[in-house]
Design a protein around this ligand. Structure first.
Ligand SMILES: [Zn+2]
Length: 338
């Protein structure tokens, strides 16, 4: 735990070759949604919408996450790399058009893992604060709260352990430039999607409600697929990446997505994003034009995702009868056989 606390305080550079002589002095606000320009394509007056989880907001909404306006320079950044290593590592993503090469799909996933590691360390170091939040409550409520946090912390710690192991294998691939072990599945979209995100999914249920793995088994390294939705020139890409031999459940997860028709995919992706990703940004006018019922349905998903007392339904990724997305599928591209 000491390691975590110092990790969070010192704003370390996460590059495998980091060190005082190799890093630049400046830690950058690294963008986690590929290409700094990506968010510009869904921004209106320089702003996008993101999730609002501030305690004052949650008090007002009885615990439901809301949305807030975010300037694109603040959206989706983390202090995980020094400027030198950020530039060097992610140049193939930032400086070249996205063409879903092995290297680009690898780097998207690598950056998502680093961000998640950083977030998890921050979440663990916030446990002390969370533990103090039961002051003044009745004894049964305090017992319930502490028990909930115990389980939450166990899950978070196991998740952190898995991420450290996962990052280690990706560090090795980064240094040797061996990118071919990474499986990917890319959905090209006709227009820029209104929702951009980068996140990891500990796969639990697939798009047909089949259970894929038991997330309560904390001894086992859980299988995770990484998802990025990015904007290119006049279209977008939804990129799924995983390691076939390490993350076998992910192949089944993506196969269930592959079963869906092109017409079903945009809403299925939207459900997935709101079900799993708090690192999500969307076009303000798209959100404002959704009915209140649809906005509530999406906000309920993300609220469930971050609340340790709520469990997901097996059917969570199946159609909820709503249509959300305003983009269509151009083509699909994968290095896997389905
Ligand atoms: Zn560095």
């Amino acid at each position: 735990m000491n390691e975590l606390m110092s990790f969070n305080r010192q704003k370390l550079c996460l590059h495998p070759e980091s060190g005082s002589s190799k890093c630049s002095n400046k830690i950058v606000h690294a963008h986690t949604i590929q290409r700094a320009g990506s968010l510009k394509r869904i921004a209106e007056r320089g702003h996008v919408l993101g999730f609002d989880c501030r305690p004052s907001t949650l008090n007002r909404t009885s615990g439901r996450i809301d949305v807030k306006s975010v300037g694109i320079n603040e959206a989706s950044t983390f202090n995980g790399f020094c400027s030198r290593h950020d530039n060097k590592t992610f140049a193939p993503l930032e400086d070249k058009p996205f063409e879903a090469t092995d290297q680009q799909c690898f780097l998207i996933r690598y950056r998502a893992i680093c961000r998640e590691l950083y977030q998890k360390a921050t979440a663990l170091s916030a446990m002390e604060f969370l533990r103090s939040q039961d002051r003044g409550r009745s004894v049964p409520k305090q017992v319930y709260w502490q028990d909930l946090l115990d389980r939450h912390e166990l899950g978070q710690s196991a998740g952190y352990r898995d991420l450290v192991a996962r990052k280690r294998s990706f560090d090795a691939a980064l240094l040797t430039e061996s990118f071919i072990d990474c499986s990917y599945y890319v959905i090209w979209t006709r227009k820029v999607p209104n929702v951009l995100a980068t996140f990891g999914v500990l796969v639990q249920f697939d798009f047909h409600a089949n259970r894929l793995q038991d997330l309560s088994d904390l001894q086992k390294q859980l299988d995770a697929v990484y998802v990025s939705i990015i904007a290119c020139e006049d279209r977008g890409a939804v990129v799924f990446s995983w390691l076939d031999e390490q993350d076998a459940a992910c192949t089944q997860f993506v196969r269930s997505l592959n079963d869906l028709d092109n017409e079903e995919l945009p809403d299925a992706i939207t459900r997935l994003v709101f079900e799993y990703s708090e690192n999500t940004f969307f076009r303000p006018s798209w959100w404002e034009n959704l009915s209140q019922e649809k906005r509530d349905a999406l906000l309920d998903r993300i609220t469930t995702a971050v609340d340790p007392s709520k469990a997901r339904e097996p059917t969570c990724l199946m159609s909820d009868g709503n249509s959300y997305a305003a983009w269509s599928v151009e083509s699909r591209h994968t290095n896997q056989e389905f």
